[in-house]
Design a protein around this ligand. Structure first.
Ligand SMILES: *Cc1c(COP(=O)(O)O)cnc(C)c1O
Length: 341
């Protein structure tokens, strides 16, 4: 396989059409076999459920080249599980977990010329998603669905060096108690757009959302979970039923306990205690972990001792260990790495 002629190191995070995508349709209560196709367009009814009532869910994961030159994906079984939970919450059919992993692997394999070489920092982003495709005008779940997987190469997240983020305590809420915050649904992102555009206009990188019921507890940002480090090197991650269960965060917690011998607490985290932490980071597939330098609560600044120039020491260890596992430099826990062959 000959790689595409792409300037890997200077890629951003944008959509670039690749050769093949996977498509499967659900009709009369069953999924078809699915196919890989070159057609990157979708033709659906003007009244499709997804267009009227936002019945759509998605996943995000990456393929990359390891030190040994293998193309691998990271814990796709957990994406399959999470898509299943999202589907159930939005009354959509489940796409079988083993078929999900097969579809993702087949799509990556069909686009292997777009998987960035080892050492470039770039990766092939994989976007599985599902939506209601038949006409729905009375409010109810669609009867027909489409499941698709496409890929797009994306550049290194920390291009031009690591810059710790400045985060705003948002006046908007992300996810109601007993709502949809714990599933990966497009609707959670649609309603976050105004909040993030507002935060960017004010010079912030991200929003920290608090629990809407009491506005005293840390939830997450629009697309990443928080992880904190105490002054005595304990890891603290917020616990709430309305946080999206980040696979990166769960993997970092495992790495902290089992590779670095650190103690981890998953518990409610009050905004009032954030000022006492030594480090803070945002966890997600895009960056693995990106350091937070400063959190601003209506003019009142919380500045972490790790500062605005680099990752804190524990954040860095977590980052190096998990990316080491992903890139094949460190031994992975059983079942974490799926080789594409
Ligand atoms: C996708 C997502 C994350 C990160 O999850 P990963 O599985 O680590 O990529 C965090 N928060 C929200 C709201 C998300 O949608």
């Amino acid at each position: 396989m000959e790689k595409k002629n792409i300037d890997w190191a200077n890629l951003g995070f944008g959509y670039m059409k690749t050769d093949k995508r996977f498509v499967s349709n659900y009709k009369n209560g069953a999924w078809d076999e699915g196919v890989l196709t070159e057609d990157d367009t979708i033709t659906i009814s003007e009244c499709a459920g997804v267009l009227q009532y936002a019945q759509t869910i998605f996943e995000g994961l990456k393929a990359y080249t390891t030190e040994k030159g293998q193309i691998v994906i990271f814990r796709p079984d957990l994406n399959a599980e999470r898509l299943e939970q999202s589907a159930q919450r939005l009354e959509m059919p489940v796409y079988p977990k083993d078929k999900f992993v097969e579809a993702v692997a087949a799509t990556v394999k069909a686009n292997d010329a777009y998987v960035p070489p080892y050492g470039t920092g770039a990766t092939l982003y994989i976007r599985p998603y599902m939506f209601g495709s038949n006409p729905v005008i009375g409010v109810k779940p669609a009867d027909e669905y489409q499941f698709r997987v496409f890929t797009t190469p994306v550049g290194p997240y920390f291009k031009g060096g690591i810059k710790p983020l400045t985060i705003k305590i948002s006046d908007f809420d992300r996810a109601a108690p007993h709502g949809t915050g714990h599933i990966k649904a497009g609707l959670n992102y649609a309603m976050s757009l105004h909040a993030i555009v507002t935060a960017h206009k004010e010079g912030f990188d991200e929003n920290m959302y608090l629990d809407p019921a009491t506005r005293t507890k840390v939830e997450e940002t629009g697309g990443a979970n928080f992880l904190f480090v105490t002054k005595d090197n304990k890891i603290v991650v917020p616990k709430s039923p309305s946080i999206l269960p980040s696979i990166t965060r769960r993997s970092l917690v495992y790495v902290a306990e089992n590779y670095l011998g650190l103690e981890v607490e998953e518990r409610e985290v009050f905004l009032s205690e954030v000022k006492d932490f030594a480090e803070a980071g945002l966890c997600g597939t895009a960056a693995v972990i990106s350091p937070v330098g400063k959190i601003v609560d209506h003019g009142k600044e919380i500045c972490f001792p790790s500062g605005m120039d680099s990752m804190g020491p524990i954040t860095k260890k977590l980052y190096d260990t998990l990316t080491g596992i992903q890139m094949g430099r460190l031994e992975a826990p059983e079942g974490w790495i799926k080789v594409i062959e």
